[in-house]
Design a protein around this ligand. Sequence first.
Ligand code: AN7
Length: 368
Amino acid sequence: MLPSLPMRSARSRGVIERYRAFLSLSETMPVISLGEGSTPLLHSPRLSDIVGRGCEVYIKYEGLNPTCSFKDRGMTLAVSKAVERGAGIVVCASTGNTSASAAAYAARAGIRCAVVLPAGKIASGKMVQAIAYGATIVAINGNFDDALRIVRELGGREDFAIVNSINPDRIAGQKTAAFEVVDELGDAPAAHLLTLGNAGNISAYWAGYSEYHTAEKCSRRPAMLGFQAAGAAPVFHGRVIENPETVASAIRIGNPASWETAVAALRDSDGAVDVVTDQEMLSAQRWLAAKEGIFVEPASAAPIAGLFKICDATRASRYRRDQIQDGTALVCTVTGHGLKDPDIVLQEAAAITPIPADTDEVLRALSF
Ligand code: AN7
C-alpha cells in the first residue's frame, strides 16, 4: 500500500481527489493517480493583441500532465474504476497519447495494458512512452478507426476494460479541465477553442462547463470551437472519412467515437467546427513555441491556427471575429507536449554543422 500522507497541493492529489464531489464514485474505489491535472492556465499577451478589442486569451497547457497530454485526466478515473471492478487488463486503440497514458496508469495500478496501434503512424515520443511503461504493443496494418473497431470487439471479454473515450469514465475525468478553467478565471470564458479528433475532449469540456453552470459556479457556458485537420475532418464535412491524412498523427481519425455528443456541444453552445491545414498547424506550432515559449505537438496547435483564421478578415471562417464580444476571455486548450513528436520539428530544421572549438569561430558563427 502507498502511505496515506496528507497531500496538500492540488497537483499532488490529482483530479479525482480535487473534484471528487463532481464525479460519481464509491467511497472505496482505489484511486490510481500520478498527480494529473492542475495544469497552468497561461495568459498569452501576443494572442490577446491579435484578437484585440480588450479580449484576453489564455492557454490551458495540458502538455504538463504526467504523461504530457490531457489524456491523464480521464485515464486516472478509467483505470481506478477498472481496478475497482477487478479488471486485469486495460486495452485501448490509440493514435499515441491514449496508449502512453493507459500504459502509465496501468503500471501504477499494477495491472497489464494492451495497446492496438496503427503501424508506423505513432509519433516517436508516444511510442517510447508505451514501451517504457511496459505495455504490450500490437501494431496493425490499418488506421486508428480499424484499431478502435478491433478493441470494441475485444472489450467484450470479462477481464478486459476498454479505456478509450467510449468508456464514459474517460469523459468524466476529462471534464475536470473545464472546472479548473472556471476555478481559475472566476467564470467560464466566452469561447473555448480546442482540437477535435475523436471528439471526446470537446464533449468532456462541454459536460464540465454545463455541470459547473448548473452548480452556479459560473454565470455562462462558452461557445465551443473545435478545429479539425483539413485532411481528417469528418465532423466538419458531416461524413466518415475513409482514409484520413494529416501530419498531426494524433488526430488522423476518420470516424470519431464521440461524434454525436460533439455535434450536440457545438450546437447547444452556439459554437462551430472548422478546419485548419497541416501547414497552418505547423506554423502555429512554431509561432507558439517561438513567440510565447509554449511548445506543443502539431495536433495541439490546431486551436491556435484556428484563432488566427478567425481573426484574419480575408479568410472564410465558420466562426467570425465579430461573434466574439469585446473585453471577454478566450481559452485555447493545447492538448499535448511538443516533445511527443520531435521528428516533425527536426525534419524542418537546418543541418547544424560543427565548427572548431574556438571562441572566435563561435562568435563568427553566431553572427550577431
Ligand atoms: C494531442 O491518443 O485519439 O477529440 O488515441 O492526442 O478527445 O479525441 C488522441 C487524440 C487532440 C483529440 N490532441 O482529442 C489517441 C487520440 C491530442 C491528441 C486529440 C488527441 P479528442
